[in-house]
Design a protein around this ligand. Structure first.
Ligand code: GLU
Length: 456
């Protein structure tokens, strides 16, 4: 049996699209699962739209995702070979040179190469969709090269697939209608027919074709910038059109290689779900060691930002905040927003608004709040450093319970002013977590400051 060869043939005409990434991933998984090889081919025949910067972005993005290949080439480097093959089939009468008026300037004459199309029905077996038949008569003798030195896209694809020994063409459903033309070119070249598998379209959350206009980010770099992990994007992209046949949701790249088969690829469109992407990302964020997690947080906090975060990014406090970030954040940019928003009190002493300190809806007065904070202060001073949030809770909760028993505004009469004194914010983590992360000394100093404010 010949071994499997798949291909990753992106057109470097724009940003690295997530659809391109998904197709590349499926080619990678299929080949590696079968112990085969992968050819990377930059399809840069469209000279006006192709750009090196796009190719670089695609190559870097694939490397980031962990998708590798065994050989690399560019179509622009194959012009000689295309010419040789064109001459061969023209010599054999399977294609011919046609002198015709130029498309752009009809007063000139051009010599295009047309395929002599037998006009038969073409049936191919798609590994996902089954048999597909096209009538090719209506294609006529279509143009395969603008000149002997300028092969068109379909000819280049077929010539390259033949020369690379590609056994499986796995690509987006939008290429189905290209397949009969390509099979006709194969027949002219005497090339073997690879197996075809056309992947379902990726649909947005409204079930329209995924596009930037629909509000979904479509470039891999957007997700990279947002702080989505490559492990997560690979895991998520694999589930866009493929399923493992059981309830498993989380797969490393190696596990995907192990589990992937084309039989489990669906025919119908694969709906994008941001919610699912975020939950997969959270899974992989939580799987990181604390120090790797911190390295990602540091990466996303730009050194030029002046919100104070950059200064504190190496602090012990940040290390202590990691479990909370792992609990709450779905992306690293969300973690960053938390650090500069509701968690900023961890890195700078908050401003205290005395009217906020006394929670309005509680039957409370500044005096009662002051007394509550004073009793908490004593309890806080007695705590050792380095306690977990649970241990802090165990130590302080009895005070709140006692306040509740005495009917002095319930637990909130103690816990609200404590949380506010520590955070200076309406929204913040619970006071026990704050004490645990800030440390006893800093917490004592903040509570003392709040008491002083209440004393006026
Ligand atoms: N270059 C094409 C694209 O990026 C892929 C062509 C193919 O897979 O045959 O859509």
């Amino acid at each position: 049996m010949t071994s499997v060869v798949t291909r990753i043939p992106p057109s470097p005409t724009g940003r690295f699209h997530i659809g391109t990434a998904r197709t590349a991933l499926f080619n990678y998984l299929f080949a590696r699962h079968a112990g085969g090889t992968i050819v990377f081919r930059s399809e840069d025949t469209d000279r006006t739209r192709s750009a090196k910067e796009h190719e670089d972005e695609i190559v870097a993005g694939l490397a980031w995702l962990g998708i590798s290949w065994d050989s690399f080439s560019r179509q622009s480097e194959h012009t000689e070979r295309y010419r040789e093959l064109l001459e061969k089939i023209v010599g054999e009468g399977k294609a011919y040179i046609s002198k015709e008026p130029g498309k752009e300037d009809p007063s000139t004459t051009v010599e295009v190469v047309r395929l002599r199309n037998p006009g038969t029905d073409i049936t191919f077996t798609d590994l996902i969709r089954g048999d597909i038949t096209f009538n090719t008569a209506e294609l006529g003798d279509f143009v395969i090269a603008r000149s002997m030195n300028d092969a068109l896209y379909h000819f280049a694809v077929v010539a390259d697939d033949m020369d690379s020994g590609v056994t499986h063409v796995i690509r987006g459903e939008d290429h189905i209608s290209n397949t009969p033309r390509q099979i006709l070119i194969q027949q002219a070249l005497g090339a073997p027919r690879p197996a075809y598998a056309h992947l379902p379209l990726i649909l947005d959350e409204k079930r329209a074709k995924l596009s930037k206009r629909s509000g979904t980010a479509t470039s891999v770099v957007d997700y990279q910038d947002e702080g989505i992990l490559p492990e997560a994007l690979v895991n998520y992209l694999a589930l866009l059109g493929w399923n493992p046949g059981d309830n498993r949701e989380y797969f490393s790249l190696e596990e995907l290689v192990e589990a992937f088969t084309l039989e489990k690829v669906q025919k119908s469109g694969a709906a994008w779900s941001r919610e699912k992407l975020l939950s997969v990302n959270q899974h992989w964020m939580r799987a990181l060691s604390d120090s790797d997690f911190l390295a990602h947080v540091r990466d996303i906090v730009s050194p030029s930002s002046n919100d104070g975060l950059t200064m504190s990014i190496n602090s012990e406090t940040l290390k202590k905040a990691v479990p909370m970030l792992k609990e709450r954040a779905h992306t690293f940019s969300e973690a960053r927003e938390m650090l500069s928003g509701e968690l900023s009190c961890l890195f700078s002493v908050p401003e205290i608004d005395p009217s906020q300190l006394v929670k309005k809806e509680l039957p409370d007065t500044p005096d009662m709040t002051k007394t509550a904070l004073e009793s908490l202060l004593e309890a806080l001073k007695a705590l050792p450093e380095g306690l977990s949030p649970e241990a802090v809770k165990e130590a302080l909760m009895p005070l709140a319970d006692a306040a509740e028993a005495k009917g002095k505004g319930g637990r909130g009469a103690l816990l609200w002013p404590l949380r506010y004194a520590l955070s200076g914010a309406d929204r913040s983590p619970d006071p026990f977590t704050l004490v645990s992360i800030l440390g006893v000394a800093e917490s004592v100093s903040r509570v003392q400051k709040a008491i002083a404010i209440l004393r006026g």
